[in-house]
Design a protein around this ligand. Sequence first.
Ligand SMILES: Nc1nc2c(ncn2[C@@H]2O[C@H](COP(=O)(O)OP(=O)(O)OP(=O)(O)O)[C@@H](O)[C@H]2O)c(=O)[nH]1
Length: 710
Amino acid sequence: MERSQKSHRSRQSGPSAKKKSATDKKKRDITEEKKQNPKAFAFNSTVKAKRLQSRATEKEQRRLHLPAIDRTTGEPAPYVIVVHGPPQVGKSLLIKSLIKHYTKHNISEVKGPITIVSGKQRRLQFIECPNDINGMIDAAKYADLALLLIDGSYGFEMETFEFLNIMQVHGFPKVMGVLTHLDKFKDVKKLKKTKQRLKHRFWTEIYDGAKLFYLSGLIHGKYVKREIHNLARFISVMKFHPLSWRTSHPYILVDRFEDITPQDKISTNKKCDRNVTLYGYLRGCNMKKGTKVHIAGVGDHNVAGLTGLADPCPLPSAAKKKGLRDKEKLFYAPMSGIGDLLYDKYAVYVDINDHLVQYSKVDDDDTSRKGTEKDVGVDLVKSLHNTKYTVDEKLNKSSINLFSQKSYNSKEITNGDDEDHDKLIEPVEEFDTVDSDDESDDSAEPRSLKSNNRNKTLVENKIEEEREVHEGRIRRKAVFGNESELDDQEASDDDNDEETENDNSNYESLSSDEEEEEDEEEEDIEENMGNASKWKESLVERTISRKTTNLMQLVYGKSETKPDDSSHEDIDADASDEDDEFFKPKSEGNKKSSKGLEGDEVNTDDSSKFTNYASIKDWKDGEIIESIRDRFVTGDWSKAAQRGKAADNDNDDGDDDDDGPVFGEFEDLETGEKHEGEKTADANKETDAVAEERRLKKLALRAKFDAQYP
Ligand SMILES: Nc1nc2c(ncn2[C@@H]2O[C@H](COP(=O)(O)OP(=O)(O)OP(=O)(O)O)[C@@H](O)[C@H]2O)c(=O)[nH]1
């Protein structure tokens, strides 16, 4: 038997398909035609299509901005990038790493603004934000982008939130978070969890999706090249939207200053008025001659003259070519001692490299400076050092706190065996001066005692400040109210030996449970971060307590159309409660609420609406409703006293323990003077008759109404 061989399947695509003969091509054309599906790009689901469309529109809207008027003439001034963070977080190192990335130059120290050319059309000016409130306020005024450095191994510190608050006041510039010290984590899972936790917190504080960079550690004392590259790329392409106030006001970030007062003038009078030249890029709009200027931290001054100078760090030539050539990667940092020859109006300066001079703060203190001759540069730096000290001291003494503190009470320890001894002593002494309730022991204590050393201060927006000694210095940890609550709960719920929130490694304890599932993790984060669940709880409570009482129903009885049982019950319960409150002497009401606070049904938001379920009568019972009917205008007042008494007796049965004696008092007030009560009833007989008549009329009206609208 002959079997027909199965023919090869002809190729539909690829190079072999192209080699086919003309007839094949024809065939293929037909099949391709068939393949084309006219509905390929149509939508299947209308819901999905609608969602897609609205998303596209939203994206479009987000991209739209008010047209910004560009008042700048010539080359735009460099964008200012403020690097902010608590002490020792790695600000200088980040600036150094970024400068190295952009310019391929190493800088030994970061002092004052450092200008670099980052692209054909962009210059950047990096500046380290000082660690004091005044410095932060100034930085918030001129920052185009704020890099918020956060010590990942430690968590958020108060400085970050203080700076965020200041920025909110001065017009929020662009903000990016950078997590450092992540190499301190040994456990990968813990690291991951911490990253997530910090990211969510960061998002809550700024906006959902705010950029947060991770710097995983150091290589040869510098941050990882790849990570710095990514960060730099982000900064290079970032769009800066000008803040309206800034665009209409001229301002300068001074990157160099010289005291040009003649020497002889100073020698005759040390406190003479000085002439100072300030250099910097003019931003915002043009500055007029003769206007007064405000120098931050100095005051208002007259400008003797304004001169336009050659750009010390010009943009590369406009010739078309891709990228920057190394030659053009310019930078300018006069205060950091970088830059070659400097020309200005008064002189020409030749900059001598720092390592040739070698002066520093430490040498200064030791009075063994290496330079033998006194020179201006040394003096200048020395004066800068001095200024820095006084500002710090001033700040320490003034102890400004942005967040209001409910309690201020701190302990401190001294650390004898540490190389950072000097650093530690300084703030500790300062602490002594502000301590109100000091329980410190001056003896040298080991660092392991840090946990006892914590001190919590409640701040306004649910961020608590915890001062503690960490790595030989005092740090102000930011602890979030609900986070610590959660910790407490966890500590009490779990039998694990997890540390409580007061513990030193609180931060770690949060992420120490390794058996948790991913989704649980997410939940955990949610609870830690947002106050969502908390506020939702109180919302439900509030809604219940705010249910309006149907007075009409109470006075005129139930209508034909009954609301559903549960809500009816609620309404009645509330109403009875309020009535009780109204008809009871004050002491009774107070007693009730104080008793209630011990119970479970505490409405802490609105204690006036508090419900004591024990004393609730069954208001569905027609008899009980009848018993208070006469307490209203439409009721029969002559019987009111007696009925009231009956109702009260009912109540007495409910809870004898507490209410008994109080009700005696009540009886005294209302019905104790019985004759009087009767007397008034007699005297008002006529008015009662009128009231009765009115009541009947009303009842008739009601019946009529009910008949009309069943
Ligand atoms: N292990 C580790 N060390 C880091 C990291 N970042 C910075 N450091 C180190 O932390 C120390 C402080 O870094 P700096 O750059 O001087 O920090 P700073 O914020 O400028 O400090 P101040 O100017 O004193 O506020 C340096 O010794 C850095 O090497 C990091 O991610 N991991």
